[in-house]
Design a protein around this ligand. Structure first.
Ligand code: FES
Length: 289
């Protein structure tokens, strides 16, 4: 697998890697009771025009006076008018991000990390498997692929959440459901009277959908438990560890391979990832994920 390394040095704020750029929140979408998507843009007009990133990369976002946290860029680089990231309310910084309104300013450092290997994915059948807010990095790649549809073969998407109310990016789900070039299945662990989709955990629904492993790559992101049970299903379907990719989020601090906070075994998630093949992480996935 080859991944694209994008040096953040192109976008340094005044030459200091820890000094953030200022971005402004332009729109907020409340995805679920605990998850929101923030649309934002750079305050600096030149940066607004010139900033580029790749699907799969992440950035460090700071709420001034509170702290900093990493999130993947969840929008697609094929759509240039703004950037997006999704935040689940789980702690101090994420709670602060949930209190912000349109017009608020944030710090932004990035883009960091590697990205989904577009060269490797071209000409392949793609199987996206997502759970909950884990769809955030996948949707950047899914839209990227849809916007370059002729470069890829079949697209399968299996996405699930605990309940219908926990499904994120419902506007995307609706669009993919209507797209005749995409085979899309959505599922919930627990249905309700008005739910018309599948009921069952993602690995089980993936097994039922049984996408072929031939000339295919599976890209998986979701809660650790989902990831852990999805890889064996993919192996059963004939996918090799090299044909399975995931993106990991792990206790990041500096984001640039300096502090050692994000290591798993001998890899640094921020520097060597966050995108990995299952072949790269198989030895520790059952204990850490
Ligand atoms: S976050 Fe500091 S080394 Fe990865």
């Amino acid at each position: 697998m080859t991944t694209t390394d994008i040096s953040p040095s192109r976008f340094l704020a005044q030459g200091n890697v820890y000094l953030p750029h200022i971005v402004v929140i332009e729109k907020i979408i409340e995805e679920t009771p605990g998850v929101r998507t923030l649309h934002f843009n750079f305050k600096d007009e030149k940066l607004r025009k010139e900033f580029t990133f790749q699907s799969g990369q992440f950035a460090q976002y700071s709420v001034f006076g509170i702290g900093e946290a990493p999130f993947c860029i969840s929008s697609s680089p094929t759509r240039h008018d703004h950037l997006e990231f999704a935040v689940q309310r789980v702690g101090r910084v994420t709670n602060a991000l949930h209190r912000l309104g349109v017009g608020a300013e944030l710090g932004f450092r990035g883009p960091y990390g590697n990205s989904f290997p577009l060269d490797f994915l071209q000409g392949k059948n793609l199987v996206f498997v997502g759970g909950g807010i884990g769809l955030a990095p996948l949707r950047s790649l899914i839209w990227n692929v849809i916007d370059n549809r002729d470069r890829y073969e079949k697209i399968d998407i299996v996405y699930g959440a605990r309940t219908p109310a926990d499904l994120c990016f419902k506007y995307d789900l609706e669009a993919w459901g209507k797209d005749k070039t995409v085979k899309f299945v959505t599922t919930v662990d627990r249905g309700e009277a008005s739910w018309t989709g599948k009921v069952g955990v993602v690995p089980k629904i993936l097994e039922e959908a049984a996408p072929s492993a031939k000339n295919a790559v599976a890209i998986v992101c979701g809660p650790p438990i989902m990831i852990r049970f999805t890889f064996p299903v993919l192996e059963k379907l004939g996918f090799t560890p090299e044909q399975m990719l995931t993106t990991l989020e792990k206790r990041m601090k500096c984001g640039i391979g300096k502090c050692g906070r994000c290591n798993i075994g001998n890899i640094y998630v921020c520097r060597d990832g966050p995108v990995f093949s299952y072949a790269q992480i198989k030895s520790f996935v059952s204990s850490e994920y």
